[in-house]
Design a protein around this ligand. Structure first.
Ligand SMILES: [Zn+2]
Length: 229
């Protein structure tokens, strides 16, 4: 059982899989790039509460890298209300008078093309008339079946700007079983990295993906060595 193993106090992953060395290298590489825009993009991850317990969950990796990530734990079977959602967003760091525009990263494939505000042809952050508007990203962390259910239950999410990843990328998240349609499957870490890569943060996206590949290689090798666990 992975869950009963001692955890690294820094990253909270099982010690055998501790990615701290790779994370330190990755953060040093990011610091050599111009990341001032990056750190100013608030990122919200709506996370299935079951997903949070998975030992290989990739949002924990993102949390080690990005200081401005908020995780909203959700029971994906319960409907999400806009009031509740907005409250959780606003009651934290941002001054009340700061205007926020949120963009949801979600594949168009699953949507009814007529009823969403998809802005995939325009790059994030989207142009606005007001300089004082801060633009943030929202991602959903959970399997697609649950993520879709949450999405369709939430009028609030449907009403946001939408952005989808344009390129088609192989997932390096090989430590978990992928769904039938492999080409649609990216981990939340990869989804955020490719979103940044395609939206003015190309080098940052590359550094993130390279670091991810190294961590996944370590994890894969461990899985092969200990295939009985
Ligand atoms: Zn660690």
């Amino acid at each position: 059982m992975i869950g009963s193993r001692p955890l690294c106090p820094l990253c909270q992953y099982p010690i055998l899989r501790c990615p701290c060395t790779h994370i330190t290298t990755l953060k040093n590489q990011l610091n050599e790039l111009n990341t001032s825009t990056l750190w100013n993009i608030p990122i919200v991850i709506i996370q299935d509460h079951k997903e949070a317990l998975h030992p290989y969950n990739t949002v924990k990796l993102l949390k080690l890298i990005f200081p401005q990530i908020w995780i909203l734990p959700r029971d994906f079977n319960a409907p999400i209300s806009s009031d509740e959602f907005l409250n959780s967003l606003y009651k934290q760091q941002f001054p009340k008078d700061e205007l926020m525009v949120w963009t949801l990263v979600f594949p168009k494939l699953y949507l009814n093309a007529n009823d969403v505000r998809h802005k995939s042809l325009e790059k994030f952050p989207f142009s606005t008339d007001h300089k004082n508007i801060r633009q943030g990203l929202i991602l959903i962390d959970g399997n697609w079946k649950k993520a879709k259910k949450l999405y369709f239950q939430s009028s609030f999410l449907k009403d946001l700007n939408h952005l989808e990843i344009q390129g088609s990328y192989p997932s390096h998240y090989a430590v978990r079983k992928s769904p039938k349609h492999k080409e649609d499957f990216l981990s939340t870490y990869e989804a955020l990295s490719y979103t940044l890569k395609e939206n003015h943060q190309e080098k940052i996206g590359d550094v993130l993906i390279l670091g991810f590949q190294k961590i996944m290689n370590d994890w894969k090798n461990l899985s092969f060595e200990k295939s009985n666990e």
